[in-house]
Design a protein around this ligand. Structure first.
Ligand code: MF3
Ligand code: CO
Length: 249
């Protein structure tokens, strides 16, 4: 299929979709407190998205049952919100996407519940830092491997491991478009990046081993060794100057 180049008009719609994702995700972050059930985040996401005239993109995607993914501690991605309560000291990854005027936005953050350990704090900083390193490497004329290796080097040089079975992705009219964007790779390799490409970068970083296991619910992905994992994601557009984050406030 190849990587789809978006026009300036299409990028403008994706900017609006991304802004809605950022607004809702910001609201969800502020609701993360000890004693709150994860399903509350799902309810807020649905309500706020509707208010803003968009549609949550995850619900029904390959049968996924909710509007948001909530993944706690050793859960890496795709946790299903429900009756589980968030506790002081937990780290909570919230992943959320919308469709607005036929275009998609997708982003994720990991936040602490109340006060968290220094070890957990450093994991969050490193994972967000690796996303920013990837975004900095994203510009017209660079290659996809420059993004992947920037993310990998940032995390691994600090002693963390990079999840390998799940990747970032192109995004546009569909949540998942070409190319897949691994969070590890080789500089100078892979497809050439061009102005108008829109990409979702999403490092998933573990304190321990990079291996994963799928829970019995067939969605929740956990670290195989029970170590903590964090996830940050932005939707970006490649520009002449570098890249623009579409899911920032
Ligand atoms: N944000 C996730 C991704 O980038 C999508 C969650 S999968 C879903 O792949 F099934 F929940 F939609
Ligand atoms: Co994504």
């Amino acid at each position: 299929m190849g990587i789809i180049i978006k026009s300036a008009r299409e990028i403008d719609i994706m900017r609006q979709a991304g802004r809605i994702v950022a607004i809702v995700l910001n609201e969800l972050k502020s609701q993360v407190k000890p004693g709150v059930k994860t399903r509350v985040l799902d309810e807020i996401a649905r309500r706020e998205t509707e208010k803003l005239g968009a549609v949550p993109s995850f619900k029904g995607y390959h049968g996924y049952p909710a509007s948001v993914c909530v993944s706690i501690n050793d859960e890496i991605v795709h946790g299903i919100p429900g009756d589980r309560v968030m506790n002081e000291g937990d780290i909570v990854s919230i992943d959320f996407g919308v469709i607005y005027n036929d275009f998609q936005g997708d982003a994720a953050v990991t936040v602490g519940v109340g006060s968290i350990t220094l070890e957990a704090e450093k994991l969050l900083e490193t994972t967000e830092g690796s996303l920013i390193a990837g975004i900095r490497a994203a510009r017209a004329g660079a290659r996809l491997g420059d993004i992947s290796s920037a993310i990998q080097d940032y995390a691994e040089s600090r002693g963390y491991s990079v999840v390998r079975e799940y990747t970032g992705h192109g995004i546009g009219r569909n949540m998942h478009e070409d190319p897949q964007i691994p969070n590890f790779g080789t500089p100078g390799q892979g497809p050439l990046l061009k102005k108008g490409m829109t990409l979702a970068l999403e490092p998933m970083i573990n304190i321990g081993d990079w291996r994963t296991r799928l829970e019995d619910d067939k969605w929740t992905v956990k670290t195989s060794d029970g170590s903590l994992s964090a996830h940050f994601e932005h939707t970006i557009a490649i520009t002449d100057e570098g890249s623009e984050i579409l899911t920032a406030l």
